[in-house]
Design a protein around this ligand. Sequence first.
Ligand code: NAD
Ligand code: UDP
Length: 338
Amino acid sequence: MKVLLTGGAGYIGSHCAVALIAAEHQVVCFDNLSNSRPQAIERVESITGTRIPLVVGDVRDREAVHRALTDHAIEAVVHFAGLKAVGESAEKPMLYYDNNVRGTLALVEAMAECGVRRLVFSSSATVYGQPQYLPLDEAHPTSATNPYGRTKLMIEEMLGDIAAADPGWRIGVLRYFNPVGAHDSALIGEDPNGVPNNLMPFISRVAAGRLPELSVFGDDYDTADGTGVRDYVHIVDLAEGHVAALAALTTIDRPLSIWNLGTGQGYSVLDMIRSFERVNAVSIPYRIAPRRAGDVATCYASPAKARDELGWQASRGLDAMCASAWRFERMLATRNSG
Ligand code: NAD
Ligand code: UDP
């Protein structure tokens, strides 16, 4: 299939491009490069040995999306493009509603104009809000505690209305848990601008000596060791989940489907630190800091629906996640010094 990846130069999009090409899809990336660089696409090209057209454009520009869809005879879209920093979303809510919600609206309008009605959307486990039970299955009630989460929820609801109004759509909403790690080649990975918000890139930078120590946000949660528990999923597994979701859109006779992409296994912050230290033979200085506002104690997926309907389950464990994250961090150090 010819697939347009909005946000295809980003962390998840670039790994998905590799997985889609391995599954013999043709990929075109569409990205405004607000949080990525075109070099990421070149690296995907060198991993896959395939040329990937990059359209530099903004999803809020409906005409630009329309042109990309028709110029490349696109049959399906995987929509990664969005802003994702929770703290920034509270400071700049208008920016988040504009980029994420208006951007998705412009995208689906352009898709409808062009008769492209197959869409996979990057949602997040954040839409479950405070867990009422665990593991989180797709039927768990949804809510949002910050503007970022609300944009994901609003988009999910908008897509639900679109699918209800026109059952010719095939929409897959993927609720990611905590994607971490990097491709085995270490050519692509997660390299956030500024100080990372997320745990794994923060740990990698502490290990590399680029940051002095990790702050562990709270050790008094109701968890085994008091630190927050999350469902970390290897980015390559996550990418393969998109290939499975895209395939399911052609076989499942339902206009909208929601699938969790997680492992079903929770690890604490201290588990993550210890695994990273052991697997990579490095040390991660840390100190216990106050809880971060809005964090939940424990969050992990029921991956049963994705397993049953997509035939997908994560196969890479925590050691592989930590090893690949560190390989990528060391590769960055080589690149920056070279
Ligand atoms: P990323 O920032 O690395 O990638 C997003 C890409 O979208 C970037 O290349 C950016 O330049 C591009 N982009 C942003 N706004 C755009 C616009 N208006 N038009 C065109 N391009 C635009 O982030 P990521 O981690 O790869 O996340 C991809 C998607 O997955 C996002 O929608 C994010 O909300 C969602 N998600 C990410 C995580 C995570 O932990 N990384 C978890 C849950 C959901
Ligand atoms: N965390 C932490 N220090 C950091 C970043 C994160 O202790 O510098 C904790 C955070 O409180 C949570 C877990 O690590 O328990 C995962 O946080 P992340 O921001 O990566 O993901 P999310 O909060 O979206 O699940």
